[in-house]
Design a protein around this ligand. Structure first.
Ligand code: ATP
Length: 513
């Protein structure tokens, strides 16, 4: 099996080769950490967004969706704390001149210790065979316990010093752990400094009157400033949620790992407004609900884990990440944050406007608490795409590359082929396309041998291939081939729509939640 680095390289090149993701402005050698979604990628991204929107907005009577502007009044970002506190600790290596996020250097160090734990587990699993109990091994093996304790101690200290803004201690930790620059191998580090991640721009024509603006670094604030507008016009009763998807911008220090960390990306966020005191209950509810949403897509139960935060952001009283097993290890995919009444109170203070809710049951007004779920659409794309890509060895020894995207998300649902380019077969195939395209994104292909066309669609992630042959003329039947099983069945043309619908319908998938 290919190692993780190779697998990740394959993901990136496959995404380009099959029209999913291109580097931005590639003809000018690209722009660092900015990407374009291509013809298939745009469809996949849209399908993920729709899958989220359906589950979040359409299926919940008490959640509505909005679409706020990217530009916001600059005071928004003072109120939200982003002007003062939206920064990452950075450190430079004096020899390689490379810039790193200090916290990430320490976390990567811990990931290496974690890899040692995984090795111990794998070794023991081999030794004990079927009798192996992983949970018991992890909680009793002295070596594993030692490693785990080391990780816990390091992360605890990192969390503490970041919370206290003690950047000198973050540097001391890096030095004590003898962390070296991966590029130069040297331990010649600068001090740790804070770096604000917001992009600034200007609104207005003349230099004197222009107003300094920021590109929003998160979509959440567009929801907070509209809290009362939506509550009043929608006559919403607490608890209720406001959802939104849209672009966000961050001048990330270290942008790498393809679309995992970008400078322009898209978020899918939902702010749930609740009564103060109920935050623990709703935190647990949304943790569980969001994990179920992820699992409904069938990417593998073992590929998710929660990571509760040691260091809480300035607005949170509890926070957890849903981490996913990317080709480069477990990393944050979605954040769930209990944000208290921090945001609404700040906006009240800075705007001078009341942002309160009148509770008819209690006959009293209060500032609601907020529970937030925030997921990166691009990260979700990467999770789905990297999980789907595989090389399969077939019975005859040949290897096929297949992109086993969840059918509900696949850009193209079915490809239709005439077996040969004559005898009226293309006309029938094109008529099938005309009929199916009202319901599904479909694709016509008549080039090359049919086996080659199947392989192309396998690699493209298309769940069904439909072939029109000479028998079709007589019986109005075609063969339908399934991407994952490669099984072919003869079915009536009139049945096609229902067969495809059953496997790609959002309802069928979301019902698994
Ligand atoms: P990280 O710790 O990875 O920088 P974060 O904790 O700052 O992420 P949040 O502010 O909680 O992220 O944003 C919510 C979600 O937005 C994240 O879970 C992630 O999926 C996505 N996200 C954040 N930053 C980026 C980025 N630079 N590129 C792509 N997606 C991002």
């Amino acid at each position: 099996m290919a190692n993780n680095d190779d697998q990740f390289k394959k993901v990136i090149s496959h995404a380009k080769e099959y029209g999913y993701v291109f580097q931005s402005s590639e003809i000018y050698d690209g722009l660092s950490a900015v990407y374009d979604y291509a013809q298939n990628g745009a469809e996949l991204k849209k399908n993920i967004r729709d899958y989220w929107w359906k589950a979040m907005v359409q299926m919940n009577d008490n959640i509505v969706g909005i679409d706020a502007a990217i530009f916001m009044h600059p005071t928004t970002w003072k109120a939200s704390g982003h002007v003062d506190a939206f920064s990452d600790p950075l450190i430079d290596n004096k020899d390689s001149k490379k810039r790193y996020r200090a916290d990430v250097l320490v976390e990567d160090y811990c990931a290496k210790i974690e890899a040692k734990i995984d090795k111990e587990v794998a070794k023991a699993e081999k030794r004990f065979g079927d009798a192996f109990n992983k949970q018991e091994f992890i909680s009793t093996n002295p070596r594993v316990l030692g490693y785990q304790e080391k990780i816990d101690t390091i992360l605890k200290r990192l969390g503490k010093s970041l919370e206290a803004e003690d950047l000198a201690d973050v540097k001391a930790l890096i030095e004590e752990l003898e962390i070296a620059c991966p590029l130069s191998g040297s331990r010649n580090w600068t001090d740790v400094k804070q770096f604000n991640l917001m992009f600034g721009t200007k609104l207005g024509a003349s230099a004197e009157t222009a107003m300094d603006l920021y590109l929003r670094p998160e979509t959440a604030q567009g929801i907070f400033v509209n809290f009362l507008n939506v509550q009043k016009t929608g006559r919403m009763k607490i608890p209720f949620g406001i959802a939104q998807t849209g672009k966000a911008f961050r001048n990330e220090i270290v942008a790498r790992q393809f679309i995992f960390r970008m400078r322009e990306f898209e978020q899918m966020e939902m702010q749930f407004f609740i009564k103060p005191g109920t935050q623990k209950e709703w935190f647990d509810y949304w943790k569980e609900t969001r994990l179920k949403w992820h699992k409904s897509l069938g990417l593998g139960e073992d590929n998710y884990r929660f990571h509760d935060h040691e260091k809480l952001a300035h607005y949170a009283d509890a926070a957890t990440d849903i981490e996913f097993k990317f080709p480069f290890g477990f990393k944050e995919l979605e954040g769930i944050h209990s944000r208290t009444d921090f945001d609404l109170k700040q906006h009240e203070e800075f705007s001078g406007k009341k942002l309160q809710y009148f509770d008819h049951e209690d006959n009293a007004s209060y500032t609601p608490y907020v529970l937030e779920t925030s997921i990166g659409l691009d990260r979700m794309f990467l999770a789905v795409f990297s999980n789907a890509l595989m090389d399969e060895t077939l019975e005859d020894g040949s290897v096929r590359t297949v992109l086993k995207l969840p059918a509900v998300l696949a850009p193209v649902k079915a490809a239709v082929f005439p077996l040969v380019k004559k005898d009226g077969l293309p006309e029938i195939a094109k008529q099938i396309i005309e009929d199916l395209k009202w319901d599904f994104n479909v694709f016509y292909d008549e080039k090359d041998a049919v086996g080659k066309r199947y392989r192309r669609q396998d690699a493209n992630g298309t769940p069904f291939c439909i072939t029109v042959d000479h028998e079709t003329i007589e019986t109005n039947t075609v063969t339908i081939r399934h991407r994952d099983t490669m099984e072919q069945k003869r079915v009536a043309i009139s049945e096609l729509k229902d067969i495809i619908k059953k496997e790609v319908d959002v309802k069928e998938w979301l019902m698994k939640m």
